[in-house]
Write a new protein. Structure first.
Length: 381
């Protein structure tokens, strides 16, 4: 049989520009997205679940989330085996670069800031954003230490535009908090040998699933383990630990609060929505969900605000922007309403604060100040 060779046009386009008259996917979504959304019933959500005891529901819902997170990373055999790689004194606090054995498989680079004076201090796990920018991770939250390459320092300074020129972690440390921040898988010093490329994230996440592992779940498992390490630090009051972040960091914050009893307070800036709005064709967005917050099968049981509600009755702060093109206001308001119904059901609605600000997808100084005030209220009593 003769071999059929590709035409010149096929070689030129490599299939990327070829279109068929009939298709099944559009703008990264199936054309039947609305039908899929209509079939989501969330049977494990509080109020939908057959479990009527709230504490028993929380336990069952948390177990369901962990089940959808697939295989967890095995714990290290000999503890965290922490190494201090570098330390410097800053104005009012010390900055350290650490290497922590968070699992049997890998060591994780992290920064920690420790206020001067006598502890133990309240503490915050500062969770970095996504931003389709993977070259830096922890350096988005904490000013890079002197030991870092110049290109890392310059990149971190440039990234501050989204934070209105202020390192969020350093700001918290200046106000008396121990601050911990680690690279998430695929960011910073946990990236790809070939270089930081956003278009490789999804490919690697898909490959990880072939091992029975979910990359987004590993991020959350590491956030839990990092918080456990933070609680063991002698400078930290283990009963006063919070977490915060912007964008993907905000998602990480409410996930961590829902899944870890170590977290007493959380604050999330620009990440809350409902699936029916996020994954709909109603909006002209080109990015919807994604592997960075994908837990297989979870939508069969719980939506985002239902998962966040596992944290009830903890104090939680949510700030979203009315000009944020990633999160439609309708979905944000629905999610806020769902969560308030849960906190109200437990007589704790005063502990849930949800705010919609006139701002785009950003973490401005006023939002950081609002988070500090919220933490001071609940962690410095």
């Amino acid at each position: 049989m003769a071999m059929v060779l590709p035409t010149a046009a096929q070689k030129k386009n490599d299939g990327s520009q070829q279109k068929r008259a009939k298709y099944e996917f559009e703008r990264n979504l199936p054309v039947y997205a609305e039908a899929l959304i209509a079939d989501l019933s969330y049977p494990m959500a509080w109020g939908n679940s057959k479990i009527k005891n709230f504490n028993k529901w929380k336990q069952a819902a948390r177990e369901k989330v962990f089940d959808c997170m697939l295989t967890p990373p095995p714990a290290p055999a000999d503890g965290y085996n922490v190494k201090v790689l570098f330390e410097e004194q800053r104005e009012g606090y010390k900055a350290r670069k650490l290497e922590i054995q968070l699992s049997k498989y890998y060591k994780v680079p992290a920064y920690v800031l420790i206020p001067d004076g006598k502890g133990p201090f309240p503490a915050v796990n500062a969770l970095h954003d996504h931003g389709a920018h993977l070259f830096i991770g922890k350096e988005k939250m904490i000013r890079p230490l002197a030991c870092e390459p110049d290109e890392v320092k310059a990149d971190a300074e440039a990234w501050l535009a989204g934070y209105e020129g202020q390192f969020f972690g350093d700001y918290l440390a200046q106000h008396g908090y121990v601050v911990f921040s680690a690279d998430a898988p695929m960011w910073g010093e946990r990236g790809q040998k070939e270089g930081a490329r956003r278009d490789r994230y999804d490919m690697i996440a898909g490959n990880m699933m072939m091992y029975g592992i979910d990359l987004s779940a590993y991020m959350t498992y590491d956030d839990i383990a990092g918080t456990e390490y933070l609680a063991q630090m002698p400078e930290v009051d283990a009963n006063r630990i919070g977490c915060t972040g912007w964008s993907m960091g905000a998602y990480r914050a409410w996930m961590l609060s829902a899944l870890s009893d170590r977290i007493k307070v959380s604050a999330s800036i620009c990440w809350m929505v409902t699936t029916d709005e996020q994954m709909s064709h109603k909006y002209s967005r080109t990015e919807n969900g994604g592997f960075a917050n994908c837990l297989p099968g979870l939508r069969r049981w719980l939506d985002y605000p239902h998962v966040a509600s596992i944290a009830c009755p903890k104090p939680m702060l949510f700030i979203n922007g009315s000009q944020d093109k990633l999160f439609p206001v309708a979905g944000v308001e629905k999610a806020f309403s769902i969560m308030h119904d849960v906190w109200k059901s437990q007589g704790a609605d005063d502990k849930l604060e949800t705010e919609l600000w006139d701002m785009p997808h950003s973490c401005p100084l006023k939002a950081q100040q609002r988070v500090l005030s919220f933490f001071d209220k609940h962690l410095k009593k």
